[in-house]
Write a protein that binds this ligand. Structure first.
Ligand code: DCP
Ligand code: CA
Ligand code: CA
Length: 364
């Protein structure tokens, strides 16, 4: 019996160019053509949220302490962020996306996946849709975006980053595997710095290198994510475009077969959880400022304790430091514990996303 033909999806990823910085340059002509850093005021986070392309030539980039940025680029103009304006632009571009499809999955204020396999305009060419979207964004917001078009999320996201700024990149199905083989491992979306280094230590520098490993070997080395690597390197990524899917935290928890009764085994379990959280944060290429410890006691009573830091963290070690302090405000010394959880929220990559959550609530 013949199987039904597999529908090849048409996925577009759109991402605004130097988002906050471009908005500032748009609204203040004095800033145009100049190296601009947004958000670097020491009274705030003291780090650069966005750097204009002119500033990037000096090696200034997002998440860099503003002090370092000014050392690298003495003429850097520091501008305060104006989130309300970024949110407005975000609404505008989303409204443009919805002209083509309701399958829009925003990843943050300035980017989204669109599934245009079936679209409201009945247009067969996803590339044409992407071009029209870019033109509408340019015309209606006076800003440029880059778009990637391909058969799945991973490839569309990778494609949008290739010809930035103002890029339009198609990775057609027949070129997908060859494209990934050439891709440097650190350019894989979802492979953060730490994982990239680990890959390098195994001699994996490109997609082609990654492809040589069996799924079993990859799982052995990278856990469950190994299966994901095995598939994406073969251009297999079935994740659907999910509207309204906005991650707000990254965490891990464990229920124990037998309740834990001593501090030593609890710390050991928490250390392992912190490691898992570190890996997940790395995979998402983010860190966060809030650490939450979740404790379920033997009698199922559950408590959570949180602490928000001024600086974002991502390493298991830093997470554990906070967890250790949080432990002191629980009763784990006196009571048995059946479940422990560690979570990091106020994510860097979600800072804008959280604004977006608030925004959607406001507009609901
Ligand atoms: N942002 C932030 N903190 C970070 C990274 C980003 O506040 N650590 C904000 C500022 C950015 C916006 O989110 O302008 C979008 O982030 P992107 O990673 O998409 O970067 P840009 O849009 O600035 O540049 P690019 O042209 O490389 O996409
Ligand atoms: Ca962007
Ligand atoms: Ca982005």
């Amino acid at each position: 019996m013949a199987l039904p033909p597999v529908q090849i999806r048409k996925i577009i990823h759109v991402d605004m160019d130097a988002f906050f910085a471009s908005v500032e340059q748009r609204d203040n002509p004095d800033l145009r053509g100049k190296p601009v850093g947004v958000g670097g005021s020491p009274s705030q986070r003291g780090v650069i949220a966005a750097a204009s392309y002119e500033a990037r030539q000096f090696g200034v980039h997002s998440a860099m302490p503003s002090r370092t940025a000014v050392q690298r680029c003495p003429h850097l103009v520091l501008v305060r962020p104006r989130f309300d304006v970024y949110r407005d632009v975000s609404e505008q571009i989303r409204e443009i996306f919805f002209r083509y499809t309701d399958l829009v999955e925003p990843l943050s204020l300035d980017e989204a996946y669109l599934d245009v396999t079936e679209n409201k305009r009945g247009m067969p060419s996803a590339t044409l849709i992407a071009r029209e979207i870019k033109e509408s964004i340019q015309k209606e917001t006076n800003l440029t975006a880059s778009a990637g078009i391909s058969i799945n999320k991973f490839l569309a996201k990778t494609a949008s980053g290739i010809n930035k700024p103002d890029g339009l990149t198609l990775i057609p199905p027949e070129k997908a595997e060859a494209f990934i083989e050439k891709l440097a491992i650190e350019d894989f979306y979802g492979i953060g710095k730490v994982t990239a280094q680990k890959m390098h230590s195994y001699g994996i520098y490109s997609g082609a290198d990654l492809k040589k490993l069996s799924e079993v070997e990859l799982i052995k080395k990278f856990g469950k994510t190994g299966s994901y690597y095995f598939r994406i390197v073969r251009a297999i990524d079935d994740r659907p475009v999910e509207p309204n899917r906005i991650p707000k935290s990254i965490g891990a928890e464990e229920s124990f077969a037998e309740d834990l009764a001593d501090r030593y085994s609890m710390v050991a379990a928490l250390e392992e959880l912190a490691q898992t959280v570190e890996r997940r944060l790395d995979k998402s290429g983010t860190g966060g400022r809030t650490v939450t410890l979740k404790v379920k006691y033997g009698d199922y009573q559950q408590v959570t304790r949180s602490k928000t830091l001024t600086e974002s963290i991502k390493s298991a070690q830093d997470i554990m430091k906070v967890v250790q302090t949080l432990m002191t405000s629980t009763e784990i010394e006196q009571r048995n514990v059946r479940l422990l959880g560690v979570q990091v929220s106020s994510l860097d990559c979600d800072r804008e996303e959280q604004d977006y959550v608030q925004l959607t609530i406001e507009f609901a």
